[in-house]
Design a protein around this ligand. Sequence first.
Ligand code: C2E
Ligand code: CA
Ligand code: CA
Length: 394
Amino acid sequence: MHDVDIQIKEIERALHNEEFRFYFQPKVSFVTGKILGGEALLRWILPDGSVIMPDRFLPQAEKSGLITDITAVMLPSLIEEIEAIRSIRPDVQVAFNVSALDLHSPYLIKMLRSFIGARRIDPGNLQIEITESAVVEASQRIQATLNELVELGIEIVMDDFGTGYSSLDVLSRLPFSAIKLDQGVVRRMSEDAKNTQIVRSSLSMARELSIKTVAEGVETKGVYVYLMASGCDAVQGFWISRPIPCNDFISLLEENRKWPSSSLGLLYTAWMNHNSYRNQVLDSVYALALTEKEEWNHLPKTDLVHSPARCRLGGWYLSEARGNGGSAQFKLLEAPHRYMHAAGETLVNAALDGGSPDDIRQAIKAFIDYSEAVDAEVGNIVERWLGEALDGEE
Ligand code: C2E
Ligand code: CA
Ligand code: CA
């Protein structure tokens, strides 16, 4: 069949003949190296067994509006497959792509609510992927649908991140819990440093906003380990597996295979979050010192997390220490980190309460000293881990 030959009538017929199937592409956690779930991708299987890829029929289906029929017909069969997958892995996360048209009408929510109400799946078993371009002009209707999905407990993922124009604005307005780095940008990292920079700044921005990150289009081990070290959360790509039929996906889950993993990225992410706290404290004190009290309610709003347990670095060593039977090496980080956050609170309060310049100067010094102690300890941990990785290579 030739591209231009695919008519809407053909697609409708195929839908009624049940020629559409989902293939599943696994998504692996960089932290555990295990499969977390997968993405459901539409395939048109002709009676002779040949497969037509979505880019050959979805654009027409989208233009004609038939896409909403495809979603409505395919969603129940996807739920059935998720039920089968759940019997192997109850916490599996299957991502499903929806178009802007699907978000315009209430049927998507209605169907999902009934599947979840009937306890056939947990809301955590399903994620909805939408592209930025589908929601740039987010109408009130689309916003309302997205909010309802989130209320149901379903996560929304922004697909193809790094290709759009207004990602930041859209990200802050809509309830996304993760971004998926565009596969083209990820693939071109091996050719062009600019793409590497786009990926790195997307990862760091997501970190600042506490949004999870998934990389797509990973075709080589080199790109895989680079993203792992950069603190990306999860990964999809041909290097792990192509999209495969549901039964094969279930067999893959049963194998319980493990890909390379490292908690270095997790530490890196936690440390960045902690550094962002340090910079925000210093910037706030600086801004307070340079302005009159009357000006203070015009200062940009910040979210200073003084509690050490709520800092990601605090969360990191708590969970590492737990996982390693309270291992002493993480304990060395605990005290300076706790003191630093306490010093941060004292410093900001001194600046707010109009403490004397000397008090503030002293508070700044204490804060910076503890901050350096934290950095040195993180450096020690990283050095030890890299050493272990090199030993492993010998
Ligand atoms: P997408 O959502 O960005 O999906 C990822 C595409 O990248 C998939 O193509 C996948 O096979 C491909 N891919 C994944 N890893 C690699 C890799 O390492 N290298 C390369 N070269 N490609 C990789 P696919 O299955 O052809 O899907 C194309 C697009 O069709 C999807 O892009 C999505 O926008 C759309 N689509 C697929 N299924 C559905 C669906 O059920 N509903 C809707 N509305 N759209 C769908
Ligand atoms: Ca997708
Ligand atoms: Ca994508």
